[in-house]
Write a protein that binds this ligand. Structure first.
Ligand code: GLN
Length: 482
C-alpha cells in the first residue's frame, strides 16, 4: 500500500483502527515530501521534529484509549501566510525571511485540537500577489502534471503539494482566485468560503474585505472534513460571522435533481479559449443528464466592464495600507547601512519587497491620493455594491452559477510574463471575492494533457451544498511517479 495515495479520511481511519501507527504515516510523508519536493518546490519549511513529536503523542493517545479528534493523524500543510507558533511565516517575501510566528492562527488551533498534524509551510506568490507562483522570493512552484508548467497562484504550494501526493490536504487563501486558479491548474478541489465563515485571525492580510482561508484536497470527503473543522465564529476576528455551516460526510448524489444553475458564458471576452468553451458545454450536458436545470446568462453591461478595475483598486489600496507595518523596525528584514530613520524605512522596504508588491503599493498610494479618492476608491465601492445587488438578484432564481475556473490551462514556466497581465485573466473568480459569496473549483477535464477545473458560485453560507457538487465528477490523480 502506498500511504501517500490514501485520502486523509482513509489515513485517520487506518490510524484509529490500528492498521497504521501515526508515526509510520508521518515518517512516510516526511520522506515523500523530501523526495518529491526537490522537483516541485511547494514546501518552504518542513517541521520534521514537530510533526514526529505530535505523531508520537497521538499514538500514545490511541494506546491509552483517549478521545481522538476527527483529523486524527492526518498530515496537513499551510500556505506560508498562516501563522503556526514557532515556525517561520515568510509570506514568500525577503522582508519576512526570518520571521518566526509568535502565535497560532485560529485555523491552526482548530486543526491541532482535532489531532491534525501540521507538516510545514508552503510556497506562494509574495504576499499572495500573483497568479503563477513566480513572484515568490523562494522561486516558482512547478506543476506536478508537467514540471515545465506553472502551478498557478498565489496558493501554488498548497495546490501542487496535494496534486503531487505530498500531502492529502492543505490550507490556502483566496483574495481574487488564489485558491481556485491553482486548484484548476493542478487538478484538485479548491474552496473559497463565504466571507466571514472562516476566521482570518493570524493570517497575513492582502485585502481585508476580500481574503478568505480555504481548503485544497483530492476528494470530497477530505475537503468536507477539514472544512468542518476550520469553519465557525471566532471572536478574535471582527469580520467573523456567527453562522453554522454543516458539512456532511455521507453520500446523497441525488441532491442535484431540479437544482437551477445559471451558466455564465464569459466574463473575459476575447481571452476565452474556444476549447474551454467545449469543456463547459460538456459540463452543462453532464449536469442536465443528472437532473439540473441550466440557463445561459450574461453579466455584461457597464458594471461588469468595470468590476475588475474595482478589484484592482480595492486590493492594491488595502495592500498599501496593510503592508505599511513592514517598516524595517517591528518585523523582519532591516537594512543595516541606514543612517537616518527615513533611510531605514526606504532601504528596508526597497530591498525587502519584490517588484510586484512594490507595484501594488504604488498603485494603492496613487488611488488614495486626496485628489483621486473619489474618482477611484469611492467609485470602486459603489460598483462593488452594484455587483453585490446584481448577484443577489441572480440567486433569487438560481442555486448556483457555473463558469470555467480558468480560461486556459497552466502556462509554460519559462514564458516571459508581466504579472500585471494576470490581473484581468480570470474575472469569474474575482466575482466571488467582491460579493463575499462562496465558490469552488472542481477538477473536470484535460486540455493539452493538463487538468482544468470548473467553478460553481453559491449563495451566502451554502458552502456545504456547493462542496457536494464535487461528488458529481470523478477525482483526478497523477498515476506516474513524479
Ligand atoms: N491573481 C490575483 C492577484 O494577483 C489573486 C490574488 C489572490 O487571490 N491572493 O491579485
Amino acid at each position: 500500500m502506498e500511504i501517500h495515495r490514501l485520502s486523509g479520511c482513509e489515513i485517520s481511519e487506518k490510524i484509529k483502527n490500528r492498521e497504521l501507527t501515526c508515526e509510520e504515516v508521518i515518517s512516510h510523508f516526511i520522506k515523500r515530501m523530501k523526495d518529491v519536493d526537490k522537483k516541485i518546490n511547494a514546501v518552504l519549511q518542513l517541521d520534521e521534529m514537530g510533526a514526529m513529536e505530535r505523531a508520537k503523542q497521538i499514538d500514545k493517545k490511541i494506546l491509552n484509549g483517549e478521545r481522538l479528534g476527527v483529523l486524527c493523524g492526518i498530515p496537513i500543510g499551510l500556505k506560508d501566510n498562516i501563522n503556526y507558533k514557532g515556525l517561520r511565516t515568510t509570506c514568500a517575501s525577503k522582508i519576512l525571511e526570518n520571521f518566526i510566528s509568535p502565535y497560532n492562527a485560529t485555523v491552526v488551533d482548530k486543526i491541532l485540537k482535532e489531532d491534525g498534524i501540521i507538516m510545514g509551510k508552503l510556497n506562494m506568490d509574495e504576499f499572495a500577489m500573483g497568479s503563477c507562483n513566480k513572484t515568490s522570493f523562494f522561486g516558482p512552484v512547478r506543476n506536478p502534471w508537467n514540471l515545465n508548467k506553472v502551478s498557478g497562484g498565489s496558493s501554488g504550494g498548497p495546490a501542487a503539494a496535494v496534486a503531487a501526493l505530498e500531502l492529502p490536504m492543505t490550507l490556502g487563501t483566496d483574495t481574487g482566485g488564489s485558491i481556485r486558479e491553482p486548484a484548476s491548474y493542478c487538478g484538485v478541489i479548491g474552496t473559497k468560503p463565504t466571507y466571514g465563515a472562516v476566521s482570518r485571525y493570524g493570517v497575513a492580510t492582502l485585502c481585508t474585505s476580500l481574503d478568505q482561508v480555504g481548503v485544497f484536497g483530492r476528494t470530497y470527503g477530505d475537503v468536507a472534513l477539514l472544512s468542518s473543522v476550520i469553519y465557525g465564529f471566532d471572536e478574535k476576528d471582527s469580520t467573523s460571522k456567527n453562522c453554522s455551516v454543516l458539512f456532511e460526510l455521507k453520500d446523497d448524489d441525488g441532491f442535484i435533481k431540479g437544482k437551477r444553475i445559471a451558466y455564465l458564458e464569459s466574463l473575459s471576452g476575447e481571452k476565452e479559449n474556444s476549447l474551454v468553451k467545449g469543456i463547459l458545454d460538456k459540463a452543462v450536458h453532464e449536469l442536465i443528464e443528472k437532473g439540473a436545470i441550466i440557463d445561459k446568462i450574461q453579466l455584461n453591461g457597464e458594471i461588469f466592464d468595470l468590476f475588475m478595475s474595482t478589484y484592482i483598486i480595492m486590493m492594491s489600496t488595502d495592500c498599501m495600507s496593510n503592508l505599511a507595518r513592514f517598516d524595517g523596525i517591528r518585523y523582519g528584514y532591516r537594512d543595516k547601512d541606514a543612517k537616518t530613520p527615513d533611510e531605514l524605512y526606504y532601504n528596508s522596504r526597497t530591498n525587502g519587497f519584490g517588484k510586484e508588491v512594490k507595484r501594488r503599493i504604488v498603485m494603492g498610494s496613487l488611488f488614495t491620493l486626496e485628489e483621486n479618492m473619489d474618482k477611484y476608491y469611492n467609485n470602486a465601492l459603489r460598483i462593488r455594491y452594484k455587483v453585490i445587488e446584481n448577484l443577489k438578484e441572480i440567486f433569487k432564481k438560481y442555486d448556483y452559477i457555473l463558469s470555467p475556473s480558468t480560461v486556459d490551462v497552466a502556462d509554460d514556466i519559462d514564458k516571459e510574463y508581466f504579472e500585471a497581465e494576470g490581473y484581468f485573466a480570470n474575472p469569474q473568480l474575482v466575482l466571488a471575492n467582491l460579493t463575499g459569496l462562496p465558490a469552488i473549483s472542481i477538477p473536470f477535464d484535460f486540455l493539452n494533457d493538463m487538468p482544468i477545473g470548473i467553478q460553481f458560485i453559491g449563495n451566502y453560507f451554502s458552502d456545504s451544498n456547493l462542496l457536494k457538487l464535487s461528488k458529481l465528477f470523478p477525482k483526478m490523480e497523477i498515476e506516474k511517479e513524479i
